[in-house]
Design a protein around this ligand. Structure first.
Ligand code: COA
Length: 166
């Protein structure tokens, strides 16, 4: 089943499909974009396997569109712990940062996972050395839980959660 488009405040989150390879490749091979998404350009195989909907419904992938232009990518993922929660990731092209688009994306995704999926927990996990990213998630409303330093090969990261009670 196709995921619905998620409409936000002047942003539109359009589910990616296998026909979107060229658009995804443009994003995931732009150094300013992948700098905070793994640090290296993505291969054809990785783009097809990870970012074009093949992992749905565990991971739902979207292009961030503003005025019909693709300016970024976001995904939300099921924590796979009984269907009550999950998390999200977000990256915008450098030229589209600092204009409130990220905030609008988060608000739209949070509304969707609460109202349509009924999730009760929602987290993000930026690397500790990504100060701008950590600052963004806090500013938009996520609350710091703890630094995780023992998650396999991952560098230390912050776990932040959305205050669901509010
Ligand atoms: C992080 C990111 C998604 C934020 O989106 P954005 O549209 O630029 O953010 P907004 O314009 O909505 O900013 C919201 C707040 O976040 C903070 N913020 C955003 N970018 C920031 C930066 N470069 N440095 C410091 N704070 C920043 C600010 O406090 C800002 O509030 P203000 O406008 O009142 O000052 C975007 O900058 C990005 O794609 N960065 C690279 C990828 C990344 O780090 N993703 C998150 C970690 S997984």
């Amino acid at each position: 089943m196709t995921h619905p488009v998620i409409e936000g405040d002047d942003v539109r989150l359009r589910p990616t499909t296998p026909t979107d390879f060229a658009i995804a490749a443009r994003l995931f091979r732009d150094p300013g974009f992948y700098d905070r998404w793994g640090g290296s350009p993505k291969t054809d195989e990785e783009i097809a396997e990870k970012y074009l909907g093949a992992r749905s419904p565990l991971v739902e992938c979207f292009f961030v569109e503003v005025d019909g232009e693709v300016v970024g990518f976001t995904q939300y993922h099921d924590a796979d712990d009984g269907g009550e929660g999950g998390g999200m990731d977000l990256v915008l092209l450098p030229s589209s940062r600092g204009r409130g688009i990220g905030t609008a994306v988060v608000h739209a995704v949070v509304r969707f996972i609460r109202e349509e999926k009924g999730w009760r927990r929602f987290t993000v996990d930026p690397d500790v050395d990504n100060e701008r990213g950590v600052n963004f998630w806090k500013k938009v409303g996520f609350v710091s839980q703890r630094v995780v330093e023992d998650d396999g090969d991952r560098v230390p990261y912050w776990l932040l959660s959305w205050p669901m009670a509010e």
